[in-house]
Write a protein that binds this ligand. Structure first.
Ligand SMILES: Cc1cc2nc3c(=O)[nH]c(=O)nc-3n(C[C@H](O)[C@H](O)[C@H](O)COP(=O)(O)O)c2cc1C
Length: 383
């Protein structure tokens, strides 16, 4: 029987396959108010020079990836969170030219872009970056955005059925040496072919960020990196979720990494961290935007009910994901617990990236190194 490492059908030499036990990605840097729904003057605002500076800072610290949100609309209220965003393929291409080690992820909702164009765009970014391109495919959930593309009517299961055709075409464009035809229910590709292929062979890595049973079945079939969403009130739920997802992939003879999207609020003491979160998401909450988001989200995903309830409770403070709040040591310990549960990587968001990223690098990364979760930057893990 082959070793798990042999079962990848993607390149495994890029930054996302570093030797670090817990890999890291800066998440949502390209989107305004990516990590919290707040009127705080320190909420995340975007500019190109700032995105370049923070991605370089992450790269310097050995962080494996920059992972953007694919966003097209905000959701109103006083601050219109997510209302400003850089498009992910052009964002990754620009960053590829000014960085040298970090993986650059392009996120795409599979219904919004013709697969022939998307395949070649990622391969082009793979050439610009010399083998650091990654594609994150999502099936979409935000109705206002999908309506902009004229695809708002497709139901949840159908979106994944369309996605399966899209992925079949994508992987064929990336790997086949002969033209192919695909006559699917949702798309037709005649004489599909692409040159040049990517730098990464046989193809760049694929992420899929879904939480529903249908989404996880899709991820197990196609993705090299997939996500779970542990219940923050029951961190031990990660163990079962990781095992279930990896078992699904193993059924297909595939191996995958399992990641968690997180929302970080660290401080020297637990009390200071909690007070910080309470301030930006309590006193300074953008309530109307929270209500708008809640309505949008309830309509769009097939998240399990328990997870929906947890998410709504935490949404203003931690729209970016699983809350990691506390002293630096508490956060490092919580990350250690996720690693023990089998989690391979974390996407990181903050309310304020300008404060949060250097704070994480300066205070939490060294504790992760001490705990054996990461090797120091520049020692070869990220080379
Ligand atoms: C790391 C990560 C990245 C995501 N990026 C996007 C995104 O860019 N655009 C988007 O519409 N949804 C994004 N999502 C949300 C999921 O893709 C969304 O929950 C999914 O489309 C709904 O699938 P599901 O109902 O099968 O869980 C992201 C989620 C995670 C964890």
């Amino acid at each position: 029987m082959s070793k798990p490492a042999d079962r990848h059908d993607c390149a495994t030499t890029g930054p996302l396959f570093s030797r670090n036990k817990m890999k890291l990605g800066v998440f949502g840097l390209n989107v305004s108010s990516a990590g919290a729904i707040t009127t705080s003057p320190d909420r995340h605002r975007i500019s190109w020079p700032q995105n370049v500076r923070l991605v370089r800072m992450a790269e310097e610290a050995g962080i494996e990836a920059a992972v953007p949100f694919a966003r097209w609309r905000g959701f109103g209220g006083a601050t219109n969170p997510w209302g400003e965003s850089f498009e992910t393929f052009t964002w990754a291409a620009g960053l590829a030219a000014v960085t040298s080690r970090i993986a650059l992820v392009c996120t795409v909702n599979m219904m919004t872009m013709p697969v022939v164009a998307a395949a070649k765009q990622v391969s082009t970014i793979d050439h610009i970056s010399n083998g650091r391109a990654v594609m994150n495919v999502v099936a979409g959930w935000m109705e206002t955005e999908m309506k902009m593309f004229g695809v708002g009517a497709l139901g949840h299961a159908e979106r994944y059925a369309q996605g399966a055709e899209w992925m079949e075409a994508l992987t064929k464009l990336w790997t086949l040496d002969e033209p192919f035809d695909l006559h699917g229910k949702y798309m037709t590709v005649e004489g599909g072919f692409q040159l040049p292929k990517s730098v990464q062979t046989p193809r760049p890595p694929l992420m899929n960020a879904a939480f529903s049973a249908t989404g996880h079945a899709f991820a197990a079939r196609w993705a090299d990196i997939a996500f779970i969403s542990p219940n923050p009130d029951k961190p031990e739920s990660a163990v079962e979720q990781v095992a279930a997802l990896k078992a699904k992939a193993a059924e297909q003879g595939r191996d995958m990494q399992v990641w968690v999207a997180t929302s970080i609020a660290g401080a020297p003491t637990s009390e200071a961290a909690r007070a910080y979160v309470e301030h930006y998401s309590g006193a300074l909450i953008d309530r109307e935007a929270v209500e708008n988001f809640t309505r949008l989200m309830m309509g769009g995903t097939n998240m399990p009910d328990e997870q929906k309830a947890v998410m709504l409770r935490h949404v203003a403070a931690h729209i970016g994901g699983y809350p990691l709040v506390g002293s630096y040591q508490e956060i490092a310990d919580k990350i250690g617990a996720l690693a023990d549960a089998g989690v391979d990587g974390l996407c990181l968001t903050w309310m304020d990236y300008e404060r949060g990223l250097p704070d994480f690098i300066g205070n939490i990364l060294p504790l992760m190194e001490k705990a054996g979760l990461r090797l120091p930057a520049g020692t070869g893990a990220d080379a």
